[in-house]
Design a protein around this ligand. Structure first.
Ligand SMILES: *[C@@H]1O[C@H](CO)[C@@H](O)[C@H](O)[C@H]1NC(C)=O
Length: 192
């Protein structure tokens, strides 16, 4: 009985995941933050008129459906994700726009059918956008330079210049009493 169940397990897994042959996709897709990425999934002849879907979550059993086609070539768009079936060359394209870093996850592209759907897993990676904090500032080279320049100018006027004048004043002030005290000191000497 033990031998029978161990033989059944791989067969059961094959029955639960029979989709790998009927549908293919790249194993991974990459995009830039705030950019977009496209995934193309291809399927075997015979599946043209079926509903195609895009699902998020590593667990096949409870992934979250994002978009589904209607079984036609009409593009379906929801939020920043769209799906379009091309029945002539048997492929459907999923486009994710305005990518955010937390869009990175395991996704599936699949075909809806009676029984267990067909599906294939895709690892989506979102790379951080190049350093630009603040969208309103424009070009970082221009935006970054002027505040820094004015800050340095203010530092020069309000800190370095008074410091310089203060030092100059101190030098003059110190040298003056030295002369007078020198005279005062020299006076008793002259008197003695
Ligand atoms: C299928 O056709 C569409 C539209 O012409 C094209 O964008 C896509 O790259 C094609 N896919 C394949 C796998 O040939």
């Amino acid at each position: 009985m033990g031998g029978r169940t161990t033989w059944l397990l791989p067969a059961l897994l094959l029955l639960l995941h029979p989709g790998s042959a009927a549908i293919t996709s790249p194993k991974a897709a990459r995009g830039l933050e705030r950019g977009s990425l496209t995934v193309q999934c291809q399927y075997s002849p015979g599946w043209e008129l079926y509903v195609k879907w895009w699902c998020r979550g590593a667990d096949w059993g409870c992934c979250k459906f994002f978009v589904k086609t209607t079984g036609s070539e009409q593009e379906v768009k929801k939020d920043h994700v769209s799906i379009k079936d091309n029945q002539k060359n048997r492929s459907f394209t999923v486009t994710m726009e305005k990518l955010r870093l937390n869009d990175a996850d395991t996704y599936w592209c699949g075909i809806e059918r009676i029984g267990t759907d067909l599906g294939v897993q895709i690892e989506v990676t979102v790379d951080p956008a190049p350093v630009t904090t603040g969208d309103t500032r424009g070009h970082p080279s221009n935006g970054g330079r002027s505040p820094l320049g004015s800050a340095h100018f203010l530092l020069l006027v309000f800190l370095k210049l008074p410091l310089l004048l203060g030092m100059l004043g101190a030098v003059l002030w110190v040298s003056r009493p030295q002369r007078s005290s020198g005279r005062r000191q020299s006076q008793p000497h002259e008197n003695q």
